[in-house]
Design a protein around this ligand. Structure first.
Ligand code: GLU
Length: 421
């Protein structure tokens, strides 16, 4: 099992990224291994009664990467391909992301291997409650705080909050973030990741002396992050010429009507069947469309050695976690024609507002959406400026600069805490 986890492609990729940056930072072997390896990795069985009466045994995972500066933080995903290795990689990326953005958290990620699209609401509720119950010995508002990720949403967080609160005997809203506002969720949390991506894309276009108006944008993935990013950029005057989801892609060089697309996916659950003057294309064709801004907002490992040479954008904004393989990345770092906004910076808006939600819950004092957005943009701007300066000063690739900032703070925290005992 351990071998399988260590060899999973996403985990190998996260370790290679780490090692490269640890070399740049000249982190010693002892600190390196302490900083890289996850603190805890849990596998739990999640027996769930299905609607037809039989019991299905799902497998659930949670990896807490480090607990050196505060609780761990990160999403929970429901997807058929979830493995321990994938979750461990995602937990590492959460650590670098939180550290880069100055959040007092270590990284974590969890998942249940299942296909939520094929499950009823009742089945999802029972599975979520049982998973939460199994996690109770390992989580807490000051230990590990979950949030939505791929295949999970506000409702799943509400069931988790309820299960944990029933166990404690009093409401504990701060056990999860990304909850409905009615349960202590933060205004603006649902939109935060997409808002952050759009903000950083606009800042980058500004820096490159390009205008938002008329900019051609392609978005892979039309879930919460992809759709809100598209909607925000559309509002700033960009032309969304291609989008895709698990059912395939659509293309319209004149620009798609994003609000109509969101209406369609809300009603039908996917982009399938959307016509309105556009042609259908494959996901691979979508990634190769000529555009100014390409935004992978789906799964990891989508930009590979096979398609990286065919990508035709000026800005690559990684809204997904780990969308570019190591092989593709070594090509990308040579391509001066593409400006990269790396994942740990690009999609950090989500966890930044999760942090605001946790703080509001702990204080029982809530902020308006305008306050949340203002604080979000300030925090993102600070991280963006730090990465730009680091990249410029040390002549580093944007990904290396972002990871170096995130990793160095954690390595330092571990070093000053010392080794126990
Ligand atoms: N799942 C999101 C991420 O990958 C958000 C995590 C959180 O808000 O804790 O960044």
């Amino acid at each position: 099992m351990l071998d399988e986890f260590m060899q999973s492609p996403a985990y190998v990729m996260a370790c290679q990224q780490f090692d490269r940056v640890a070399d740049i930072l000249d982190i010693g072997q002892s600190e390196r291994i302490r900083t890289k390896m996850p603190k805890r990795a849990m596998i739990v069985s999640v027996p769930t009664r299905m609607d037809d009466g039989h019991t299905e045994m799902f497998t659930g995972y949670r990896v807490q990467h480090h607990l050196s500066v505060g609780p761990t933080k990160g999403g929970l995903r429901y997807h058929p391909d979830v493995t321990l290795g994938e979750v461990a990689a995602l937990a590492m990326w959460m650590s670098w992301k939180c550290s880069l953005c100055g959040l007092p958290y270590g990284g974590a990620k969890g998942g249940v291997t299942c296909d939520p699209r094929k499950m009823s609401r009742g089945e999802l509720e029972r599975m979520t409650r049982r998973f939460t119950q199994e996690m109770i010995p390992f989580i807490g508002p000051h230990v590990d705080v979950m949030a939505p990720d791929l295949g999970t949403n506000e409702q799943i967080m509400a069931w988790m909050m309820d299960t944990y609160s029933m166990h404690e005997g009093n409401p504990v809203p701060q056990i999860v973030t990304g909850k409905p506002v009615a349960l202590g969720g933060s205004a603006g949390r649902k939109e935060a990741t997409g808002r952050g991506v759009a903000y950083l894309v606009n800042r980058t276009l500004d820096n490159l002396n390009m205008k938002s108006e008329g900019t051609r944008v392609v978005v892979q993935g039309f879930g919460n992050v992809g759709s809100i990013t598209a909607q925000q950029l559309h509002r700033f005057g960009a032309r969304i010429i291609g989008v895709s989801d698990y059912t395939g892609g659509i293309h319209n060089p004149q620009g798609l009507d994003v609000n109509k697309l969101i209406d369609h996916t809300t009603r039908h659950g996917s982009l399938e069947g959307f016509v309105d003057g556009c042609e259908t294309i494959t996901n691979d064709e979508l990634l190769q469309l000529e555009c100014e801004v390409l935004i992978p907002a789906a799964l990891e490992r989508q930009i590979t050695e096979k398609n990286v040479g065919k990508i035709r954008c000026r800005v690559l904004a990684e809204a997904a976690n780990g969308p570019t393989t190591i092989e593709a990345d070594s090509v990308l770092r040579q391509r001066d024609d593409i400006f990269l906004i790396p994942d740990v910076l690009c999609n950090a808006g989500g966890v930044i507002v999760s942090y605001f939600e946790w703080v509001q819950d702990l204080q029982s004092f809530f902020w308006t959406e305008a306050e949340v957005n203002d604080k979000l943009y300030r925090q993102l701007e600070l991280a963006y400026q730090q990465v730009l300066q680091m990249a410029k000063k040390q002549k580093l690739y944007m990904r290396d600069a972002a990871l170096a900032l995130g990793i160095s703070k954690i390595a330092q925290a571990k070093q000053v805490r010392g080794l126990f005992p």
